[in-house]
Design a protein around this ligand. Structure first.
Ligand SMILES: Nc1ncnc2c1ncn2[C@@H]1O[C@H](COP(=O)(O)OP(=O)(O)O)[C@@H](O)[C@H]1O
Ligand SMILES: [Mg+2]
Length: 374
């Protein structure tokens, strides 16, 4: 580079730089103004920097006064063009951001975001983010609706399930009172059964409400899965025998799981009783336990003939009993049947242990699979 060129660069850098600094300061002070004025500010600083550099080099005698006139004219015209361009771009930016603001406002009012990803990448990203938020909101709204719906269903189911045995009890007590019962002992036994069922149901409801309120007290300790399962099998043996259902399967030796003993045996016996109840005579119910990398896995397989897809998604719902199960009549012997709370309790207990429970169809029936962290 020649000496002259160095001088030109330095002079221009000094003057244009000065203009840039002052302009930067002004733009900084006006940073709260509309984006339209910011773009105009940037264009103005650019033009003024050219003008300042030109005048400074002219002053240092590198440009003749005639050329200064020419450059001045060029700078003026280019300046007008640049300003117009800056105004247009700034206007567009302002318009895009206004549209986004309006959409955000509508989003606030309706809870739904109409995605209109116009404008530069940042606006599109913001718009995308809002759309995601809107989707999440919609999801949680529908979750809430479903919860509300299931709560309403539960109340109506529970009142149904209480009213039916109560009506039966009333009929039986009236018959006893009037001396119309020809076999009082049988009546007493039936009354006892009904009362037991209602007590079970109220207990279940109480347990569920504690699970849902998050106040269920767990005292986890190392339990031998094999022992818990053997206990449950022993408890279910008489029912299984009465129904002609065979119990099978095995638990790997020495599998330990850290769990609340009472909760865990509740889980196992609920699953086992369900499986037995849904398995026809001569069917087999299999219960298996093993250690897996994630902890322990417990499966209960029955021979219920499989569940429909839409039922699979509902079995763990509070109060749900399938379409045919909620039979009226106080004297039906749906032995072991609760009020559709058993699996909700299972799920509640398992999840309180940070575990997971799911059901799949598994020929010739279905399989409930519980996974608990070791
Ligand atoms: N092992 C199973 N095989 C087939 N269906 C089942 C099984 N366990 C539960 N179900 C279905 O899920 C419903 C809910 O079960 P649960 O919560 O234990 O309530 P309940 O036993 O009081 O009916 C049952 O009514 C039944 O329709
Ligand atoms: Mg049950």
């Amino acid at each position: 580079m020649t000496h002259d060129q160095v001088v030109i660069v330095l002079t221009t850098a000094a003057w244009s730089g000065g203009v840039g600094l002052v302009g930067g300061l002004v733009v900084w002070m006006a940073r709260r103004a509309s984006v339209r004025w910011l773009t105009v500010g940037v264009a103005t600083v650019a033009i003024l920097a050219v003008v300042a550099g030109t005048l400074a080099t002219a002053h240092a005698m590198f440009i003749s006064s005639h050329d200064v006139g020419v450059i001045g004219l060029v700078a003026a015209v280019a300046g007008v063009v640049a300003l117009a361009f800056a105004l247009a771009v700034g206007g567009a930016l302002a318009r895009w951001s206004r549209r986004l603001r309006d959409e955000a406002r509508r989003f606030g009012e309706s809870g739904e975001f109409a995605n209109d990803a116009s404008g530069p990448a940042e606006f599109a990203a913001l718009s995308e983010e809002l759309r995601n938020t809107s989707e999440r909101l919609a999801q949680s709204r529908s979750r809430e609706l479903a919860l509300e719906q299931s709560r309403r269903e539960l109340v109506s189911w529970v009142s149904h399930d209480l009213r039916t045995p109560l009506a039966g009890l009333r009929a039986m007590t009236e018959a006893l009172e009037d001396g119309l019962a020809d076999d009082p002992t049988r009546y007493h036994a039936m009354m006892r059964t009904e009362v037991d069922r209602m007590v079970r149901m109220v207990d279940d409801l109480f347990e569920l409400s504690r699970i849902h309120a998050g106040v269920m007290r767990l005292s986890p300790q190392p339990c031998a899965l094999g022992d818990v399962v053997s206990e449950a099998l022993a408890g279910a043996d008489s029912v299984a025998r009465a129904r002609g259902v065979r119990l099978g399967g095995e638990v790997e030796e020495d599998v330990l799981v850290t769990a609340d003993p009472a909760g865990l045996s509740r889980v196992v016996s609920n699953l086992l009783m369900n499986a037995i109840r849904h398995t026809p005579a001569d069917g087999v119910v299999e219960i298996r336990g093993r250690a897996v990398p994630a902890g322990v896995e417990l499966s209960v397989t029955d021979a219920c003939g499989g569940m429909r897809e839409e039922d699979i998604s509902r079995v763990f719902d509070v109060g749900w009993q399938g379409s045919a199960a909620r039979t009226p009549g106080p004297f039906d012997s749906r032995d072991g049947a609760g009020a559709g709370l058993g699996l909700a309790i299972v799920k509640g207990i398992v999840e309180a242990h940070l575990g997971h429970v799911a059901v799949t169809n598994h020929d010739p029936g279905c399989r409930f699979l519980v996974t608990l962290p070791g």
